[in-house]
Design a protein around this ligand. Structure first.
Ligand SMILES: NC(=O)c1ccc[n+]([C@@H]2O[C@H](COP(=O)([O-])OP(=O)(O)OC[C@H]3O[C@@H](n4cnc5c(N)ncnc54)[C@H](O)[C@@H]3O)[C@@H](O)[C@H]2O)c1
Length: 295
C-alpha cells in the first residue's frame, strides 16, 4: 500500500507502547485511526494525545481474546469510518517461567491473547479489507521470539512462532485478494510489556516479580517505539513479509537456520533412512511466502 491519505487503520493494543506508536505514525501519514484496547482509561488518554496532534482518531474497547469483542470492534470501526485498509494485530502479553511452574490457565491466557487475538483480528477483518477493492494490509506483531526461543519464555515464544507461521500462510492466501501481510519481529522495545501481567486474569502471578524486573531492565534499554513504527510504515509501503528492527540479531537467526540445514544433511546420510523414497511435496508447500505480492 503506497498511499495512506484518508485511509483507515485498526490497531489493537493501541493505547500504549508499539500499538500507540503505530497509531501515531499511521495517523501522521494521513490515515484515520481506530484505537482498540482492553483498558478504557488508557484508551481515553491515547485518544486525547493523538487528537491533540491533529490526528483523526476514535477508540473502541476490545478484548482480542474474545471473537465477539473483536467483531463488535470491527462493527464500530465500520460505523465510524465506513472502511478499513490497515489492520495491526498488535496486542500481546509476556509469559514465561521455569518448566512445570506455569499454571495451565496462564498458558491458555497467553495463547488466547497472543495467538487467538491475531486469528480473530485477521479472520474478522479480511472480508472488510477485501470488500472495497482499494487494497489492504495486515501487520501481525510477533517478536524475535517468533524465530529464536529463549529458555524460560516457552509460552510466549510458542505463540510468537505461531504468529510467524500464520502470517506466512495468510500472505500466500491473501495476495490474490489484494491484501498484503507482514509479520513484525522486534527484539526489545521501550514499552510497558514488562508489566503485561497487569492484564492477567487474577492479577500478576505470585513469584513472577523477579522475571518481570529482569524483563523491564531489558525493555527499558530497548528501541524507541517511534523508530520501530517508522520501519513498519516502510514495510507496509514496500509490502514486505518479514519486518525486522534489530539487524544485529541476523547472526543468531542464521545460526539456528544453519543448525536446521545441518540436521537435514545428517538425515540424508542416515542408515535408518537408506531405503526412503523421496516424495515430491512442492505442491503441498506452495511457493515461498516472501514471493507473494498483493495485487
Ligand atoms: N516491547 C518489546 O520489547 C516487544 C518485543 C517484541 C514483541 N513485542 C510485542 O509487541 C506487542 C505490543 O507490546 P508492547 O511492547 O507495546 O507492550 P505494551 O504492554 O505497552 O502493549 C501491549 C498492549 O496490549 C494490550 N492488551 C493486553 N491484553 C489485551 C487483550 N486481551 N485485548 C486487547 N488488548 C490487550 C495492553 O493493554 C497494551 O496496551 C505485543 O504483541 C508484544 O508481544 C514487544
Amino acid at each position: 500500500m503506497k498511499n495512506f491519505t484518508n485511509k483507515v487503520a485498526f490497531i489493537t493494543g493501541a493505547s500504549t507502547g508499539i500499538g500507540y506508536a503505530l497509531a501515531e505514525a499511521l495517523g501522521r501519514a494521513g490515515m484515520r485511526v481506530m484505537l482498540a484496547g482492553i483498558n478504557e482509561q488508557n484508551l481515553d488518554a491515547a485518544l486525547a494525545k493523538l487528537r491533540s496532534a491533529g490526528i483523526t482518531a476514535e477508540r473502541v474497547q476490545c478484548d482480542v481474546a474474545s471473537r465477539a469483542s473483536v467483531q463488535k470492534a470491527a462493527d464500530t470501526t465500520i460505523a465510524k469510518f465506513g472502511k478499513v485498509h490497515v489492520v495491526c494485530n498488535n496486542a500481546g502479553v509476556g509469559m514465561g517461567g521455569e518448566i512445570g511452574t506455569i499454571p495451565e490457565s496462564d498458558w491458555e491466557w497467553v495463547i488466547r491473547v497472543n495467538l487467538m487475538g491475531v486469528v480473530h483480528g485477521t479472520e474478522i477483518f479480511v472480508p472488510l479489507l477485501a470488500k472495497h477493492g482499494e487494497g489492504g494490509h495486515i501487520v501481525n506483531t510477533s517478536s524475535i521470539a517468533g524465530l529464536l526461543a529463549a529458555p524460560g519464555m516457552e509460552p510466549y515464544a510458542a505463540t510468537k512462532f505461531a504468529v510467524v507461521a500464520m502470517s506466512e500462510g495468510w500472505r500466500l492466501q491473501l495476495a490474490p485478494r489484494g491484501i498484503g501481510v507482514s509479520v513484525l519481529c522486534p527484539a526489545f522495545v521501550r514499552t510497558s510489556i514488562g508489566s503485561g501481567h497487569r492484564n492477567r486474569p487474577g492479577g500478576p502471578r505470585p513469584g513472577s516479580a523477579e522475571g518481570a524486573a529482569l524483563l523491564n531492565k531489558l525493555v527499558e534499554a530497548g528501541m524507541d517505539p517511534q523508530m520501530l513504527a517508522a520501519r513498519v510504515l516502510e514495510a507496509i509501503r514496500d509490502d514486505e513479509l518479514y519486518i525486522f528492527t534489530h539487524p544485529e540479531l541476523k547472526a543468531a537467526v542464521e545460526g539456528r537456520f544453519n543448525a536446521i540445514l545441518a540436521a537435514f544433511d545428517h538425515a540424508a546420510k542416515s542408515p535408518a533412512l537408506e531405503s526412503h523414497k523421496p516424495q515430491d511435496l512442492s505442491a503441498m508447500m506452495g511457493p515461498p511466502p516472501q514471493q507473494a505480492q498483493a495485487r
